[in-house]
Design a protein around this ligand. Sequence first.
Ligand code: ADP
Length: 724
Amino acid sequence: MARLQPARSHARQTLSPAAGAARLELLEYFLIHHDDLQRSAQASLEWLHRHAAVKRSVCLLADRDSGTLLGVAGCGVPIADVEMFASSLSDEGNPLVGALASAGPVILKSGRRNGISTRATPPTPLGPGVFVAVPLRAVRESTEGAVGLLLMGPGPDTTADISWLSTVLGQKLDQIRGRGSLAEEVRKLRRERSLLFTIINSVTDPIMLTDTEGRLIVANSRAEKLFAAGEEESEGRRRAVELNNMLFSAALSRSAVEGPSEARELLLVDPSEGSDLLFEVLSSIVEDSREGTGIVSVLRNITDLRRATEQIEENYQRLRVLEAEARTERDRLNLIIDSVADPIIVTDPTGETVLMNAPAEVLFTVPATAADIAERNVQANDAHFSSFISGLLLGEGGPREIRRGELGLLNPSSSELIPVEAIAGKVQSESGELTAVVTILHDRREALERARLYEQLKLASDELQARVQAATAELATQNELLRRQAIELEQASRLKSQFLANMSHEFRTPLNAILGYTHMLLHGVAGDLTVPARRQLSRIDSNGRHLLTIINEILDITRIEAGKMPIQISEFDASEIVPEVMAELDPVITRSKLVVTPKLNPGAPAVHSDRQKVKQIVVNLLSNALKFTHQGGIDIAVLYDRPSGTISIAVSDTGIGIAPEHHERIFEDFRQVDDSPSRQYGGTGLGLAICRRLAAALGGRIALRSTLGQGSTFTLTIPVEATQ
Ligand code: ADP
C-alpha cells in the first residue's frame, strides 16, 4: 500500500536547520493543513525522524465517541499495520489505555508475556519488543485523559524535541477533534483513501500526481518503484530514482511548453535492474482548491511493445531476405531443371503440377494450335503419370521411398510411343509433411535401340566365332595333311639323296677311269697323237672334269642333307688359307687377267674350325668372283671382330653384280641368276647352296652385298671357336 507523502523538496530532506526553524516549519505545516488530522500526525512523525532521530514511530488517537484507540500515522513501520490497528479504550487492563492516563512517557513491552507485567501489551505496528508510549495532551501536565499516544521504538530518551512535539501534536489533535466526530471522519477518509489506493495500485502502469515542478505528491506503487527511494536503500537505486525524477521533470516541462495532452515517450531507468524502460507519458492538469495546480501523469510501459515492434521489424526484414533467397534458389532450381534433357515434373500433395521443364512440357501440355489427337495423347500421358505417382501422394511407402516404373507415353504430335523409365521421390518438410513429389522421366528408346544393336552384335559375334572354329578345324585338317605330306616329302627327299649319292658314286668311278685314260693318252702313253686327235682328247678331258665337278657337288649336297658330312676341327690361321686358295686357282686367275689382292690380318687369333671346309667355301667364292668379273680386280680380306669373337673372309669383286631380288634366291639349290638355256655362264647353281650349308655347319653364315653392274662382296663369317 502506498503512503501519502507530504510534498517536500529534496533540499528540505537533507537540510538540517536549527531546532527553532525546524519547529517553525512543522507549525507552518500544521497551519496549512489545519483540518487534516492524518497529515498533521504523519508530518509530525517524519519531523521526529528527521530532527530527533526517531526512526520508528506510530501515532494513535483515542476516539472517545467510539471508545477505540485507532492508528492514525506511522513512520518506519508498515502503514497497513497502522491502519489496521484498533484497541478498546474500555479495557482498563490494557497498558496502552493505562498510558493514556499517565502523566508522562511510559516504557512498555509488547508481543510476549513476561514475569513482570501482569497484562501483556497488545501487538502494535512497532512490532514485538520494548517501546516508549508518550501521552498526547493539549495541555501539558493535565490530569485529563490524553488525546492520543505517540509510540516510539527504542532509541534516544525523551528529548526536548520529543516532548515539544508531543505537546503540539496533542494540541493539534485536540483542536481538530473539537470540530466533530474525528474518528468517523478518519475512518471515512481512510476508507476512501484505501479505496483510491487500491484502485490506483491495481493499475499496472505508474500513476503520479505531481506539482507543477515535478515533485511527487501521490504515486501508486508502480510509480514509487521508479521515483521514490528511502535513505536506507542502496546508492545505485537512489541515483536511478534521482535520474528518473530529473528525466520526468524535464518531460513535464516540455509538455508544459508543447501541450500536456500530447502523449510522448520517456526513457527511464529500472532502479532495481538498471535496464532501460521506455514509457509513453500521458499528462493532464488537475486543479485542487487545497493543493493548487497538479499534474496527473500516467506512464504506459511500452518497452515490450517497442521491443516487439523492433522484433517484428527485424523478423520482417529477415523474412524479406529469406524470401529473396528462396526466389534465387527457385530461379537456380528452374535453371537446373531446364538444363536437364530428361523431363522433370514437380507435383504438389494434391497431385497438381507445380513445375515442369521444357522436355516435360512437350509431353504434358497441348500447344495452342495442336490437333485433337494431340490433346487426347496428352490426356493419356496425364492419366499414366497420375496413376504412377498416386501411391506416393497417398503416403504409401516410407519417407525416403523412391518409386520406379516404366510408362508408355505418347508423343502428342506424332502419337509415337515413347517408353520411359519414371523415378519419383517425395519432398518432405522438417515435420515430415509431404510437400511435393518430384518425378524424372527417362526416354528409354535409345537404351532399347542399344540393347537391340547389342543383341545383333552378339549374334554376329557368335556366328563369327562359329566360323572361326570351323576354319580352325579346317586349318588343323590342312596342317595334318601338310604334316603328312612333309613326312612323305622328307622320305622322298631322303630317297632322292640316297639315289643321287649312289648314282654319283656310280658315275664317278667310270668317269675317273675315263679321265685317267684320257690323261695317259694326252701324255703320249699310247704313242704320239695327231693334232686333231689331241684337240678331241683335250675336249674329252675338259668336259670330263666339268662332269666330275658336278658330280662332286651333287655328292656334297646329298651328304650334307643326309648329315654325312663330318666336321674335322683343327687349329689354323685364317690368313694362311687365302694364299693356298689363290695358288689352287692360279691357272684361272692367270687366264682371267684380273688382279687378286689378299688383305690379310696377321693379328687375328688362330681359328678352331674345319680347315678343309673353310677353304672349300673360299675357293667357291673366289672362283665365282673370277667367273663373273671381266675387268677391275678382286680383294680377299681377312677380318677379326673381337666383341663377337668371329673371323670373316670377304671376297669382293668389280664384276657384273647381282640385282637385289636375286640376293636370297642364288643361295637356293640349282639356282642361278640367269637360268635360261642360252645362259652365258656355266655352272650347276649348287656352289653357293653348298657354301651356305657348310658355313651353317661351322656355326657361321655367308652374307652378300652387291650392286648390279658394280660388283659383289660375299663374306664368310665363322666363330673363332666352332661349336660342333
Ligand atoms: P654356279 O655354279 O652357277 O656358279 P653358284 O651357286 O656358285 O652356282 O652361283 C649361283 C649363281 O649366283 C650364279 O649362277 C650367278 O648367277 C650368281 N653369282 C655367284 N657369284 C657371283 C658373283 N661373284 N658375281 C655375280 N654373280 C654371282
